[in-house]
Design a protein around this ligand. Structure first.
Ligand code: ARG
Length: 456
């Protein structure tokens, strides 16, 4: 096991240093990108006349064979310092001396930055696809509950009538903004560092635009020092991932609450819940809890990335190698959570009766009653006070707003007529909430149609 840099050293690296600094165990997953980047580099070296065509061909074909070996699972992450050294070592083993020409005009500094961007492009696509499936699940479940009455909460106290669909579609909006953030992050990830060399380019006449074209990059990094030092595309991804996880965690928290016997709004499918080793009655929302818990890890990875960069002088420093465990863990965790959450939503049972009962128990038409009084001529502030007294009256007698008689209502305000019952009826109240963005079922139906088309 050699290194790419032994010439000026008179001693072997200490075994403990090798173990400490080698990154192959975790950067191994970059192999497809390292190989593709190398093929593009070789092709460009031929184009500009640095490599002879037959040399380039030998290298590119050799790399293709190595790619097949990796894809077949025949290469193990061992024996070299990092994935770049491993691919190069294999190349020299396979094609001989000519393989040693591949690294002309290139450094591992611009190479690793390129590999990471190629990797992240694919992963952003994969995450966005999973996010789309989760958004689809939200819309599909919502479509079944456009009229499912439930209390909307503030301070976790029953507030106003909404529907289960409207509640779920709030999450749809969050995840859609997360998707837009990922798409935006993709644009800045899609810039080619290769050609920056170690930090100051090279004296070879590299055609960076050609490499960018071969690898599908939108642009070439404009400053070679920035190109090898920059990891803000990783920070951006970690930030978008952290926010996505925070949104998922809020939904997870609600599902955990909703599936308690105290709420009883939903019941998780047996296939998406777990039991207790001691308490036979238990059905636990572990999946939601793990998503909530893993959010901490992903937020931690973002913090880790920011702290990794803080105080790093230009340009490349080995600290930057630490970006990979943070990024990879973020990608893996986010994908794992997104994969399991859609099916969990699709399979959970929604208890319409419990939701409706909770809606009826919480005086959530109180604002509607106040707005009714305003329509009868009271200033809102006075109406608010009147309804407060009505609620107190109900609380003392164990009644709901719908159960009061007209005579009882009249004690509070003479303007109240028989039409008050329509105002405090929850279904009517819901239908009346037709302000754009509101929970009225016909608006929700329209919105769902639009979203279904969008997600096609
Ligand atoms: N394994 C290194 C990393 O992940 C690759 C770049 C090493 N470059 C260097 N000059 N030591 O950052």
């Amino acid at each position: 096991m050699g290194t790419l840099w032994g010439g000026r050293f008179q001693k072997e690296t200490d075994r403990r240093v090798r173990e400490f600094q080698d990154s192959l165990s975790f950067d191994f997953r970059l192999w497809p990108y390292d190989i593709k980047g190398s093929q593009a580099h070789a092709q460009m070296l031929v184009k500009v006349g640095v490599l002879a065509p037959d040399e380039g061909e030998a290298i590119i074909k050799g790399l293709a064979k190595i790619y097949a070996e990796f894809a077949a699972g025949k290469v193990q992450p061992e024996g070299e310092e990092d994935i770049h050294s491993l691919v190069e070592a294999l190349l020299v083993r396979w094609v001989g001396e000519v393989g040693k020409k591949l690294h002309t005009g290139r450094s591992r500094n611009d190479q690793v930055a390129t590999d990471l961007r190629l990797y992240l492009r694919d992963e952003i696509d994969a995450v966005r696809q999973l996010l789309k499936e989760l958004r689809r699940a939200l819309v599909d479940v919502a479509a079944e509950h456009v009229e499912t009455l439930m209390p909307g909460f503030t301070h976790l106290q029953p507030a106003q009538p909404v529907t289960f669909a409207h509640h779920l579609l709030a999450y749809y909006e969050m995840f859609t903004r997360d998707d837009a953030r990922l798409a935006d992050c993709y644009r800045r990830t899609n810039v080619l560092p290769l050609g920056a060399g170690a930090l100051a380019g090279t004296t070879f006449p590299l055609d960076r635009a050609y490499v960018a074209e071969l690898l599908g990059f939108e642009a070439v990094a404009a400053n070679s020092m920035d190109a090898v030092s920059d990891r803000d595309f990783v920070v951006e991804f970690c930030a978008a991932a952290a926010l996505t996880m925070v949104h998922l965690s809020r939904l997870a928290e609600e599902i955990i609450l909703w599936s308690t016997p105290q709420f009883g709004f939903v019941e998780l499918d047996d296939a998406f819940a777990t039991g207790s080793s001691m308490m036979p009655q238990k059905k636990n929302p572990d999946v939601a809890e793990l998503c909530r818990g893993k959010t901490g890890r992903v937020v931690g990875n973002l913090t880790g990335m920011l702290l990794l960069l803080k105080g790093l002088p230009l340009t490349y420093n080995k600290d930057l190698q630490e970006d990979k465990p943070l990024l990879f863990d973020t990608v893996d965790t986010l994908k794992a959570c997104l994969t399991v959450f859609g099916p969990l939503l699709r399979t959970m049972k929604v208890n319409r009766e419990r939701l409706a009962a909770a809606a009826r128990a919480g005086f959530i038409a109180a604002t509607d009653l106040a707005e009714y009084l305003v329509r009868k001529g009271l200033p809102f502030r006075d109406a608010h006070a009147v309804v407060g007294r009505v609620v107190l009256y109900c609380l003392e007698r164990g009644k709901t707003l719908e159960e009061l008689t007209l005579e009882e209502y009249r004690q509070f305000a003479a303007v109240i007529d028989a039409d008050v019952f329509a105002a405090v009826g929850l279904e009517a109240s819901l239908k009346a909430r037709r302000v754009p963005g509101g929970p009225a079922p016909d608006l929700t139906r329209e919105r769902i149609e639009t979203l279904k088309n969008l997600l096609r």
